[in-house]
Design a protein around this ligand. Structure first.
Ligand SMILES: [Zn+2]
Length: 280
């Protein structure tokens, strides 16, 4: 296998996720010095969204790549997606896209392409940063920025509010970046092995009335319990009139992105995952 030297690290794909933005703004030179054997590029993915401190200006950049073939002259992110895609397509590269979340996701990595190289890097992350979780989230329409190369992953660190610098999130992100870069530099032979992963199996939406308004919120017993296994009865919601709303699962499942601020517009409350061992 030919090793990959070019690594593109992107922060601010969502303009209000400051962790990744400050990671690339303030640590690029340090990381270039630490990994001189790599061809490292640090890019502020969505400068306009960062300027207005919003997730996006016209459309979500991390969904915009599925519309590249369309004509969208009024969308800033459409234009930006085209520019980024052109840069990524210049040659083999590893794309590392930095995100933060308002959910208690800890240090999480999301892989979309079933590439042994991606799994091998994830495996090294788990060996050196044992609190890392690996989510495998197939992206057949290639909507995500990190999916624009066969080799790449997203980093999701939280909880951290949007537009806030949080020490734990920033330092967790830096550790993950360094470990990914270390793994890329040491990848000469592909090895195989088992990898503990989470696979998304069901999106759960907030209870709503006929007008689409929420009728319940995430219950305190459930909030912040990302990656904590649930089996049997559990109560994710409490209605504004005070009743608990129960759900049931027949097998052990793991909720993620509980109460993520960015998902309220779609009324997505959390996603359920199954944990399994992937042999790559
Ligand atoms: Zn994000």
């Amino acid at each position: 296998m030919k090793s990959i030297k070019k690594v593109i690290v992107l922060g601010g794909t969502h303009g209000n996720e400051w962790t990744g933005i400050f990671a690339i703004k303030k640590y690029a030179e340090l990381l270039k010095q630490e990994f001189p054997e790599l061809d490292l590029h640090f890019i502020l993915a969505n400068p306009e969204a960062y300027r207005i401190n919003k997730r996006f200006k016209d459309e979500d950049l991390n969904r915009a790549f599925q519309f590249l073939h369309e004509d969208r002259p009024d969308s800033y992110e459409h234009k930006r997606a085209k520019e980024l895609k052109e840069f990524i397509d210049q040659g083999p590269c590893f794309v590392l896209d930095l995100h933060s979340t308002t959910s208690h996701m800890g240090n999480t990595v999301i892989i979309s392409h079933n590439q042994p190289l991606n799994f091998q890097i994830a495996s090294q992350l788990l060996q050196h940063l044992s609190d890392t979780r690996i989510i495998v989230s197939p992206d057949p329409n290639k909507k995500y920025l990190a999916s624009q190369s066969e080799f790449g992953m997203m980093i999701e660190v939280g909880p951290v509010p949007n537009g806030v610098l949080d020490a734990v999130a920033l330092e967790g992100t830096l550790k993950l970046i360094k470990e990914v870069l270390r793994a890329v530099t040491t990848l000469t032979n592909l090895t195989s092995g088992p990898l503990e992963i989470y696979e998304e199996i069901e999106d759960v939406y907030y209870p709503q009335d006929d007008n689409g308004e929420l009728t319940a919120y995430i219950d305190s017993s459930f909030n912040g319990k990302d990656f904590i296994g649930i089996e049997g009865e559990y109560r994710p919601f409490k209605s504004f009139s005070g009743e608990y709303q129960w759900r049931r699962t027949e097998e052990m499942l793991y909720p993620i992105f509980i109460n993520e601020a960015a998902y309220y517009p779609t009324k997505l409350a959390f996603t359920l995952c199954r944990k399994r061992i992937l042999n790559f």
